[in-house]
Structures are given as C-alpha cells and as structure tokens.
Design a protein around this ligand. Structure first.
Ligand SMILES: NC(=O)c1ccc[n+]([C@@H]2O[C@H](COP(=O)([O-])OP(=O)(O)OC[C@H]3O[C@@H](n4cnc5c(N)ncnc54)[C@H](OP(=O)(O)O)[C@@H]3O)[C@@H](O)[C@H]2O)c1
Length: 389
C-alpha cells in the first residue's frame, strides 16, 4: 500500500551512516557469454579466444495472450537489473524470479559470480539469464545494449541498481573513459544505459513499463543520514562539466578535492535527479513510469566490503538496534521487486520509501535532489560526456 508523505522536511530515523567502498579492481571476467533463455544461440569464439554465445533474435510474445478458457493472461515480463550479482540486486532478482511472472536479466560485470549467486540463491534457469555489463566502461554499456537488442526480447522494466562506494580511498580511481569511478559508474554508466534502452521500453506492450533508478537517503540532506559529513553537494557542477578527469578538471562534481564518500553521495543525487528528469521529458509521451527509492539500510551488503573491519562489525547492530533503519537483504529485495511489479506503484516521478511497518510511501527529496534546473544541467552535461550530444 502506498502512503503519502505528510511533511515537506523529514528527519528519518532510518539513518544509514557512512556507507563504504566496494571497489577494488574491476572484476570483469574474460568470459563473455550473452544469452537469453528464450533465444536460439549461435556459438562463436571471440578474438580473445573466450567462448561467446551470441543471442539470435527471438521476438517476445505480446503482453496479453488468450488462454484455453478464452481469458487473457499476462506473459512473463522481462526486467533487466544491473548489479544483480549481490545485495539488493540479487535479492530483487530472486524475489521476481520466484514469482514466476518475470524473466530477470542479471546485467553484471562478473559473469561467473552472477551465475553462482543465482544458483546458490535457488533461482531456476528458466527465470533468469546473465549478460555481461561493466558500467565503468561506456563501450561495455553500448555492447550490452547491442547484445540485448539483438536478442529480440522486449524490455518491460529496467532497474539501475549497481553502485560502487569508495569512502576510504585516498586517491581517485577512474573508469575506462577517464571519469572518477563512483560518478562514472553509478551515474554516467547508468545514464547512457537508460538512454539507449529507452526506445525498447517505449516499444514494450507490457501494461506497466518502468525505469527504476536506485537512490539513497545519504544523498538527501533533508535526512539525518544525509547530514553526516561529507554532505552531497553538486555546487555549480564545474567538475562534471570538465569531465571529472583530475587533469584539466576536478574529480568531484562541484570542483572540490577528491572525497570518495562525497562522490558516492553526489552520484546518488544525480541518480535521483535523472529519474525526475526522465519523468519530465518522457512520462507523458511514453507512459513509462519513472521511479527511484531508498530501500532502507541494508547494512550487510557488499557496498561496505572495503570499510575497515571494525565498521563492518559494528554497522549492522548499530543500524538494527540504535537507528532501527536496518533491513535485511531479503526485505529490501521485496521492496524493490514491489517497485518493479506492484500494480499500485505506477505513479511516475516518485521516490519511494518504506515505514517501519514496511508500507511504502512517497518520500520527499532534498532541495538539491529535486532541483529542476540542476536536473536539466546534469542531463545536458552528462549527454555530452557519454557521447549522446
Ligand atoms: N546497502 C545499503 O544500505 C544501501 C542503502 C541505500 C541504497 N543502496 C543502493 O543499493 C544499490 C545496491 O547496493 P548494495 O547495497 O546491494 O551493494 P552491493 O551488494 O555491493 O551491490 C552492488 C552491485 O553493483 C555491482 N557493480 C559495481 N560496479 C559495477 C560495474 N562497474 N558494472 C556493473 N556492476 C557493477 C556489483 O558487482 P560485483 O558483484 O561484481 O561487485 C554488485 O553486484 C546501490 O545503488 C546502492 O547505492 C544501498
């Protein structure tokens, strides 16, 4: 059930204090296998000698088909989830796959890790497939989109979930295209992916097609967690306009000195701004529902894998017993799965949150995370950075 937020400024008890880095070196596997369960495949060896299975077009059936008793039934929806190899993405994939109503495409940088995660979480083969996607490379994003289009499947929901967080990094690291890694992966990689797949979503005949971009409380300075320093702040975006490359521009969106925790929070502000900008530009014309969410503090996920051991030890009990903002991976997966498929969550332009009874409500974004002119500026600069303008 969706509840309406009543206050315009809310301090959330579900404080998720400093999250942590998960990024070491990119773990992209050399094995590139792109396939779907509904596709016929032709195998070929790539130049690197790795086995490559290339999807051959198999059109998706129309959304409603008549069953033997004449009633119309809904076909399985197809949902792409980025970063579905662990944490929130995996729990969501599992929840949707188990419903039997969805075919989940796990878009992951580490193919084997994703396969193992799907198997060990009990997902059955007919409900998922894994496709390679490294969001820290624009070429990889384009290749993923080309592979998906070639598969001939319809796209009904896209979930931009993957993220890296580098709060203890002393020096910036970069994507393949030279952008600071957190914003380059979490925002720019997803921005290109969503833009390139928008036409596929438009063409879907599924009753409710959706584009979901995972946000965070930590990017919202109208919350307690969002006020833990360093705070998100995009400033005048001189660093973003300069390409975040650390050469002729700062690595930080606002032009300041590198700070990994702030870069993550800034990237989440971009995620939430882009959801709203997509909504303003495309909702009326396409009927696509654009949504973001804060799933709760999932203190046990890989997002915190690079934090100091003491933090990783104390963070989950702190969230469970002090802030009471803790949610299990399973519960967070159900929440995101709800945003994917619940017929009552079709409202577009909404940032969903859940109260302590696990009821969803439309939450308020901070002033910056709902700033219309900043959203437009992030969109326009990002278009140039990813080669769309
Ligand atoms: N945990 C929380 O408390 C919390 C709170 C609010 C919002 N969130 C949001 O929830 C989302 C999921 O985070 P999580 O907590 O589930 O963390 P997680 O378990 O670390 O999941 C992050 C996922 O992103 C993937 N990823 C990282 N870099 C990638 C790249 N370059 N290309 C493709 N995939 C990449 C990771 O792949 P590998 O498995 O290969 O590393 C992993 O599957 C994020 O958007 C995060 O901001 C989390």
């Amino acid at each position: 059930m969706a509840l309406q937020a009543t206050s315009s400024f809310s301090i959330h008890k579900e404080a998720c204090l400093k999250e942590s880095s998960i990024f070491g070196a990119p773990l992209s596997t050399h094995v590139k296998v792109d396939f779907t369960s509904s596709s016929k495949s032709k195998k070929e060896f790539s130049q690197r000698g790795a086995l490559r299975t290339q999807a051959v077009a198999t059109p998706t059936p129309t959304a409603n088909r008549a069953s033997t008793d004449g009633k119309k039934t809904l076909r399985k929806g197809t949902v792409i989830i980025t970063g579905a190899s662990s944490g929130l993405g995996l729990a969501t994939a599992k929840s949707l796959a188990e419903s039997g109503k969805w075919h989940v495409i796990m878009a992951c940088r580490d193919f084997l890790k994703a396969e193992r995660a799907a198997k060990s979480s009990g997902m059955t083969k007919e409900n998922y497939s894994v496709m390679h996607l490294d969001l820290s490379s624009l070429d990889s994003v384009r290749q993923f989109v080309a592979n998906f289009k070639q598969s001939g499947q319809s796209l009904d929901v896209l979930v931009c979930n993957a993220a890296v967080y580098l709060p203890t990094a002393k020096e910036p690291t970069y994507t393949a295209d030279g952008f600071e890694l957190s914003v380059g992966t979490n925002h720019l990689g997803h921005f290109l992916l969503a833009r390139l797949l928008l036409d596929d979503l438009k063409q879907s005949d599924y009753p409710s097609k959706r584009l979901i971009i995972v946000g965070s409380i930590t990017g919202n300075t109208n919350t307690l967690a969002g006020n833990v320093p360093p705070k998100a702040n995009l400033g005048d975006m001189r660093g973003l306009a300069g390409g975040l490359n650390g050469l002729n521009s700062s690595t930080m969106i606002d032009g300041g000195d590198f700070d990994g925790a702030k870069a993550y929070k800034d990237s989440k502000v971009c995620n939430m701004l882009m959801m709203q900008e997509f909504h303003r530009r495309y909702h009326e014309e396409t009927g696509i529902t654009f949504a973001s969410l804060y799933p709760g503090c999932i203190a046990t996920t890989g997002l915190f894998r690079e934090h100091i051991p003491l933090f990783r030890l104390l963070f989950p009990p702190f969230q469970k017993y002090i802030t009471k903002g803790y949610v299990s991976e399973e519960e967070s997966g159900k929440r995101l799965a709800q945003v994917v498929s619940d017929p009552s969550l079709t409202k577009s332009g909404v940032y969903w949150s859940w109260n302590n009874k696990s009821a969803s409500f439309e939450n308020e974004l901070s002033e910056e995370a709902s700033d219309v002119s900043k959203a437009r500026k992030v969109w326009e600069i990002s278009e140039k950075l990813v080669g769309l303008a």
